[in-house]
Design a protein around this ligand. Structure first.
Ligand code: BV8
Ligand code: ZN
Length: 245
């Protein structure tokens, strides 16, 4: 039994991990924190961009009002990401996809680091910072690391917006329904690095719990979900998750 700083994974969790058929993982910004990606709610304060709380600049209303300002915010974050790598948490989660009969990885992150670590079929609930979408014909375009993003739709010429789900916008229906379906049929659910405040993403562990799954939270801090969890691993994902290896 591997331990770090005096805490280890319980016998129960290890047994459930070894015997699990269907595993569901939900991640948030915390899983990318050790890669250097700023979280939204670290250390008690909320991320602010040019005086605007992130859920204001990252909102549907701001796209209508000032799309260039929204692009500036996402361009800044994309440039930050260019030099960042997946961390041991991403790597360990990627290894789990071939370990279980049924494995589902759902992320709120738009950074693409799970995919860079080798995770396949990642359900991106809130879209991706590496895609743009036409505001008229909804065609999507990839944004490549070492190229400028396209500044207009190559199909109809209209303007492009980040292909992310902004506050006040509906999630891609297929993505959420698929995630909810898997959450309702898993026997082990990991909630890694999320403050569990944003909905409907935060309802997924609740769905899993209601369906009888064993819920394990990995977070250095308690969250509104902690009371719902069977087990809390209080630590950094990049240090805790490799313990399962
Ligand atoms: C919608 C993309 C229908 C853009 C994002 C029910 C109740 C209340 C409000 C609502 C509700 N239903 C809907 C709402 C409104 C809103 C909402 O939830 N508001 C919140 C603020 C209360 N939801 C929506 O608007 C959603 N759409 O509901 O549509 C609708 C339509 C019209 C009108 C009403 C409803 C859309 C939500 C998606 C928005 N887009 N991202 C972008 O990235 O800019 S959300 C974005 O914020 C992230 O994707 C993520 O979801 C969230 C941030 O949370 P986390 O990822 O958890 O990050 P955070 O920093 O908060 O926490 C980090 C955690 O990690 C901490 O706990 C920390 O302790 C931990 N940590 C730190 N280091 C580590 C670590 N853990 C492990 N290891 C470490 N090393
Ligand atoms: Zn178009």
């Amino acid at each position: 039994m591997q331990t770090i700083r005096g805490f280890s994974i319980s016998q129960e969790l290890r047994e459930r991990f070894l015997s699990a058929k269907s595993v569901f993982v939900l991640t948030g910004a915390g899983v990318s924190a050790e890669s250097g990606v700023p979280t939204f709610r670290g250390g008690g304060n909320t991320a602010v961009w040019k005086g605007m709380p992130f859920d204001v600049i990252s909102s549907a209303r701001m796209v209508e009002r000032n799309l260039p300002a929204v692009w500036e915010w996402f361009d800044y974050r994309r440039n930050l990401l260019k030099s960042l790598q997946p961390n041991p948490a991403h790597v360990e989660i990627a290894r789990w996809q071939d370990r279980f009969e049924n494995f589902t990885l759902v992320t709120q992150n738009i950074d693409g680091l799970h995919q860079e670590a080798g995770s396949r079929n990642v359900i991106e609930l809130h879209g991706s910072i590496w895609r743009a979408r036409c505001v008229t014909c909804q065609v999507r375009f990839n944004i490549l690391k070492d190229e400028a993003r396209p500044d207009a739709c190559l199909d109809c010429g209209d303007s492009l917006r980040p292909d992310v789900v902004l506050f006040g916008e509906l999630l891609p229906p297929d993505a959420f329904e698929h995630a909810a379906e898997e959450a309702a049929h898993c026997d082990l659910c990991f909630v890694v690095g999320t403050s569990a405040i944003v909905y409907p993403a935060a309802s997924l562990p609740e769905i899993a719990r209601t369906a009888g799954a064993y819920i394990c939270e990995v977070n250095p801090e308690r969250t509104p979900l902690s009371n719902l969890c069977n087990e809390m691993l209080t630590g950094n994902a990049g240090e805790v998750l490799p313990l399962f290896g």
